[in-house]
Design a protein around this ligand. Structure first.
Ligand SMILES: [Cu+2]
Length: 120
């Protein structure tokens, strides 16, 4: 429910014509806000197949969102977002399972910039 509420806010904000690059949250996307040093939400649920994230860097430094499986293999990583950036991050064909999301920038994960992605 938290994700849906965040998504609704994103749609409203987009409708107001804010955000650069003429971009707006794609339908069905999962919005994740990045700051120092956390993802909000840090616990995400998704359905297997294609997953679309809508990343918002509300922090003051660069962040990205990477996904690794339970075996420690990195399966996807987003583009690097500068402070204030918003980007779509598509992950094609993710299988059901439990994954860790984390920021690849030096020291960020160990500072708490990580979370759990559960795909069913
Ligand atoms: Cu980071």
């Amino acid at each position: 429910m938290k994700v849906l509420a965040a998504l609704a806010v994103a749609v409203v904000l987009a409708a107001c014509g804010g955000g650069g690059s003429g971009s707006s949250a794609p339908a069905g996307s999962i919005q994740v806000t990045m700051t120092e040093f956390k993802f909000d939400p840090s616990t995400i649920n998704a359905t297997h197949g294609k997953v679309v994230f809508w990343l918002i860097n509300s922090g003051t430094t660069q962040h990205d969102l990477a996904i690794r499986d339970s075996g420690g293999t990195r399966i996807a990583v987003s583009e690097l977002l500068s402070a204030g950036d918003t980007k779509e991050f598509d992950v094609n064909d993710i299988a059901a399972g439990t994954y860790t999301i984390f920021c690849t920038q030096q020291g960020h994960e160990s500072s708490g910039m990580k979370g759990t992605l559960t795909v069913t």
